[in-house]
Each structure stands twice: as C-alpha cells, then as structure tokens.
Design a protein around this ligand. Structure first.
Ligand code: C2E
Ligand code: MG
Ligand code: MG
Ligand code: MG
Length: 292
C-alpha cells in the first residue's frame, strides 16, 4: 500500500537527505515566484580583446544571472540553474536572460553609440523548446531594431553530446541568423576534437581550471597552446576564462590567445557599474568604438 511504501521510504531517508529534499522543494517553489516577480538581474563581465590597443580593448561582455532572493539573499546560479534545468523553468528564465541582454545591448547602442556584443549562456534544455527557437529570438531582436550580431550564444559540450540529431542544424540556424556561438568551459567535459570539426562555432572558451594552473603546471600550458593553435587552424577564436593574474594573462597572450576574461580585469558587475567604468570614465580599459 501507499502507506507501507511511505513508511518504507521514511526508513531509508536520513534527516540530512530529508533536509536536502525539502530545501530543494522550497527552492523550486521560490524559483516560480522569482520568475513572476522578476527577482533576477544580469551582471556583466568584460571580455578583453588582446589584439586591440589598451585604450579600446573591450568589445564583448558575458551576461551572468544573479538571483536576489527576498529572504535568503543572493543565490548563486551554480545552485539554482541545475534545478531550473531539471524542472524546465530554465526555458522561461533563459528567455528572460535573452530579452534582458537584448534590451541592454540596444540601450547601450542608443545611449552611447557603442556596439557591445553580449554573450548569454544557453542551456541544452532550451534548445529542445520551441519557446526559445531561432525565429522567436530573431523576431524579438528585430522588434528592438537590434542586430543579431549583438548576441553571442554560449553553449556547453553537453549539448554537442546529445544523441538526438538536429543539434547541428539548430546551431547552424542561430549562426545563419547572424548570432555567434561560443563553446564554453572547454576542457572540463569530454572535449572531443570531433565537435570542433562537426559543429560551426566562432569562439572556444578555455575553462578557468586550466588557466588557474598555468603558472605551475607545464602540461596545462602545453594544452592551452595546443588548443589555441588547433582552434586557429579551424578558424575559431579563443577566449580564456578565469584570468586572475598578470602572469596568466601574459602567458596566454604569448600563446596567441585572442581574448581574456577574469577577475584580473573585472568581476561581473551591474549594468550601471559597467557603464560608469567603461563608457564614461575609463582609464585602463575602454570600449572599442565603430567596430566593423
Ligand atoms: P560560466 O558561463 O562558465 O561563467 C563564468 C563563471 O566564472 C561566472 O560564475 C564568473 O563569475 C566566474 N568567473 C569569471 N572570472 C573569474 C575569475 O577570474 N576567477 C573565478 N574564480 N571565477 C571567475 P557565475 O556568475 O557564478 O556563474 C556560474 C555558472 O552559472 C556559469 O558558468 C554558467 O554555467 C551558469 N550561468 C550563469 N548565468 C547563467 C544564465 O543566464 N543561464 C544559464 N543557463 N547558465 C548561467
Ligand atoms: Mg559562460
Ligand atoms: Mg565558462
Ligand atoms: Mg563554467
């Protein structure tokens, strides 16, 4: 019976497990509210172009979601994105992220006359849902009069692993529409070289776990160098994530890396702070004007 089953289950459920399950259920409930009440905010982290002059080296920024929970305060995306993926709520959240990033790019263009390409992270779950199809996205951008090139879609290897076919065609559709594609966290998953041959991508992001070991692990340096050479041969530009020191930056630049992102340059910041730092009173870094 259900009762016996329930009792049985209770026996195997430690208080610790029960607590985790309860916390999860509460988070699912709160996420629903968060979507309705718009408790999310996008932070922006600059992506530095190593080939540009020091005075105009910001051409891109990654948008990273922040959840301000009314009672619990800040909750990391690392803690709530997986839950949003499991429950399917990532589709609505991801569409909010997309629209917010578009509005921000359009506003920066209008107010400052600057073209900043904003990268957004897109979960594999979103690729399976019609609500975030290429046509719905391009329609939104045309309503804003925003060029599709203003958005770069960051995907992870997990998407490319999906056995159901059609992933390649979906990615190609986003590219054909004028958006760019980045392969995020490269080196943490299966990192099959065959992906790079099979799927057309514009950027490869070397994961921060490699970057943080650069200074004392010569294997990691060799790996980074090999990834960069190989990417360039395939016409892919390389972005290094998680650069925290000048030495890491120098080693990557020396290895031919195209772009860098990390706390050395800036943590992810609110849109207003991004504007005041890089558009209004910039010293070290500045947004590149009149990009092609
Ligand atoms: P990610 O896409 O790989 O983003 C980079 C993460 O590294 C960000 O963490 C960023 O704050 C952090 N980071 C950047 N520079 C440094 C550095 O120099 N040192 C260190 N230690 N960390 C650095 P964050 O914002 O906590 O996001 C974590 C992950 O959550 C993201 O990893 C991404 O997978 C996911 N995420 C964030 N926003 C979204 C979103 O809007 N949609 C989806 N689907 N996932 C998101
Ligand atoms: Mg990312
Ligand atoms: Mg990453
Ligand atoms: Mg990551």
């Amino acid at each position: 019976s259900a009762k016996a089953h329930g009792r049985n289950k209770f026996n195997y459920f430690t208080p610790k497990m029960q607590e985790t399950a309860l916390r999860r259920m509460k988070l699912i409930q709160d996420l629903k509210t968060a979507i309705k009440m718009e408790e999310f905010e996008l932070y922006y982290q600059p992506i530095i172009d190593f080939s540009a002059n020091a005075s105009d080296n910001i051409t891109k920024a990654e948008a990273l979601i922040r959840w301000h929970h009314p009672k619990l305060g800040f909750i990391s995306p690392v803690d709530f994105i997986p839950i949003a993926e499991d429950t399917g709520m990532i589709v609505e959240i991801g569409n909010w992220v997309f629209r917010q990033a578009c509005r921000q790019a359009a506003q920066w263009k209008q107010t400052y006359g600057l073209d900043i390409q904003i990268s957004i992270n897109k979960s594999p779950v979103q690729f399976r849902d019609e609500r975030s199809s290429v046509t719905s996205w391009t329609q939104y951008m045309s309503e804003l009069n925003l060029s599709p090139a203003s958005i770069c879609v960051e995907i992870t290897e997990g998407l490319l692993l999906e056995t159901e076919s059609g992933v390649g065609a979906k990615l190609a559709a986003f590219r054909d529409a004028g958006m760019q594609i980045s392969l995020d966290d490269f080196g943490t998953g299966y990192s099959s070289l065959s992906y790079l041959k099979k799927f057309d991508i514009d950027y490869l992001k070397i994961d921060k776990s490699f970057v943080s070991n650069l200074e004392d692990n010569t294997n990691d340096l060799s790996l980074c160098e090999a990834i960069i050479v190989m990417s360039h041969k395939l016409g892919i530009k390389v972005i290094a994530e998680g650069i925290e020191t000048e030495l890491q930056r120098a080693m990557l630049e020396c290895a031919g890396c195209d772009y860098g992102q990390g706390y050395l340059f800036s943590k992810p910041v609110k849109a207003e702070d991004f504007e005041s730092r890089y558009f209004i009173s910039s010293d070290e870094f500045r947004v590149k004007k009149n990009r092609a």
